[in-house]
Design a protein around this ligand. Structure first.
Ligand SMILES: [Zn+2]
Length: 425
């Protein structure tokens, strides 16, 4: 039975979704701002639910607004095969990030239904709430709650950064019509048979290498730390060099230590950045007494990432002793990297090979909802090329034929996974 993706309809639905937004003029491309639970987001959600109902798919929403669009299989008691992504967009972003996975997923389901296939397992398309951190300061809110990566008791208190003083996730979700305890959003491991997310690459590799698809084998995850270095301040003229405990000189050594140990892993996937450096008191003729550094460290392997920070700590101990300063480390956030499930990756490769689709395997350096879905299901991601790797900008662009091809490979994969009796891995 043939799976046919309606490329024209998929493109026009992406265009329509881009209008359900706080539209701003953009010099080139289409500017999209769709903050979670805003009027635009709610409009887009109800339009999407309408498309799903029209197709005869059932719709369920949880307490944080994660939306589950389901096509029942012939054995509905079996764990479903799932796909999905997000429709929220940061201010002045583009029209493909996330939306390709949601509308592409919907079109994949419709194409399977049209083909007349009868699949054992149900297929679910999940619209995940607030992948972007714009409103609540934390990314992947919906998938964190689903997978148990975020404590529901803590989540309701998250500050609404765009709302009035004192407003929180609790008030914002209630106002949007999503009530009930957040604890109920959690899905157990094994709830889904497997999960595949279709997404634009947000990097330049596929286009540069003239490939049509990327199959993601692992998703890098960041850890962020704050280092506060305290020394001794004083007059830049009067405080003599042998007596100094210069916090900025110590900070400089800390920065270079981080760079050295990130390079020393020898892995291209280890990346470390000190993006901010606040110096106190911050005067030209005053010896720095305190420095605050913010560190972003990413890797596809948790053990390697932690190895870097351990090595930095040894240097820190030595720097503290030698310079007479104190260096205090605070962990701001650390997510675990995820590996795709080898059987799902193998299946995607097989489909690409059969259809003579030029592809490569790759690492996702940005993180996605799939990072958290990996905690409860075997996952993989399909990347499609995006022009010059541009994303989170109005000129973000993906070709309609690439989007359609991605949806086609997704549909093939969903069909084969939904025919499997056992677990995907
Ligand atoms: Zn995204």
């Amino acid at each position: 039975m043939q799976i046919l993706i309606d490329e024209a309809r998929l493109s026009s639905e992406l265009e329509t979704l881009a209008t359900l937004t706080h539209v701003e003029p953009a010099a080139n491309g289409t500017a999209v701002t769709r903050v979670v639970f805003s009027e635009d987001d709610l409009k887009a959600r109800s339009w999407l639910k309408g498309l799903a109902s029209k197709e005869g798919f059932s719709v369920r929403e949880d307490a944080v607004g994660n939306t589950f669009i389901r096509w029942e299989g012939t054995e509905p008691e079996l764990p479903a095969v799932a796909t999905g992504s997000h429709i929220d967009a940061i201010p002045h972003a583009g029209m493909y990030d996330g939306t390709v996975g949601v509308l592409g997923g919907l079109e994949a389901m419709r194409a399977l239904k049209r083909s007349g296939m009868k699949l054992r397992r149900s297929i679910e398309l999940v619209l995940l709430t607030s992948e972007e951190p714009t409103r609540f300061g934390i990314g992947c809110l919906g998938s964190r709650l689903l997978s148990g990566a975020l404590d529901p008791a803590r989540a309701d208190d998250l500050k609404d950064l765009t709302g009035e003083e004192g407003s929180t996730l609790a008030t914002a979700r209630k106002a949007a019509g999503f009530t009930g305890p957040l604890a109920a959003t959690r899905l157990p491991a094994g709830h889904y048979h497997s999960w595949i997310e279709l997404h634009i690459e947000q990097g330049p590799l596929l286009e540069r290498e003239e490939l049509r698809l990327g199959i993601v084998t692992s998703i890098a995850a960041p850890a962020s730390y704050r280092y506060t270095i305290e020394g001794l301040g004083g007059h830049a003229g009067a405080l003599l060099m042998p007596d100094r405990k210069d916090a900025l000189c110590a900070a400089a050594e800390m920065i270079l230590s981080l760079e050295k140990h990130a390079l020393a892993t020898g892995a291209i996937d280890t990346v470390a950045t000190v993006g901010t450096c606040e110096v106190y008191p911050g005067a030209v003729n005053s010896v720095p007494s305190k420095v605050v550094l913010q560190i972003d460290l990413r890797d596809t392997e948790l053990e390697r990432r932690e190895g870097v920070i351990r090595a930095v700590r040894w240097d820190r101990d030595e720097i503290q002793r030698r310079r007479g300063v104190t260096v205090c480390e605070e962990l701001i956030n650390a997510d675990s990297p995820a590996q795709s499930a080898p059987p799902v990756v193998a299946l995607l490769k097989e489909i690409c090979t059969e259809s003579a689709t030029p592809y490569r395997t790759m690492v996702s350096r940005a993180y996605h909802d799939s990072l958290f879905m990996a905690r409860i299901a075997p996952v993989a991601m399909i990347f499609i090329p995006c022009h010059q790797g541009v994303s989170h900008r109005p000129d973000e662009y993906a070709k309609p034929e690439d989007i359609a091809l991605g949806a086609h490979v997704l549909a093939e994969a969903l069909a084969r996974l939904a025919s499997e009796p056992g677990s995907a891995g």
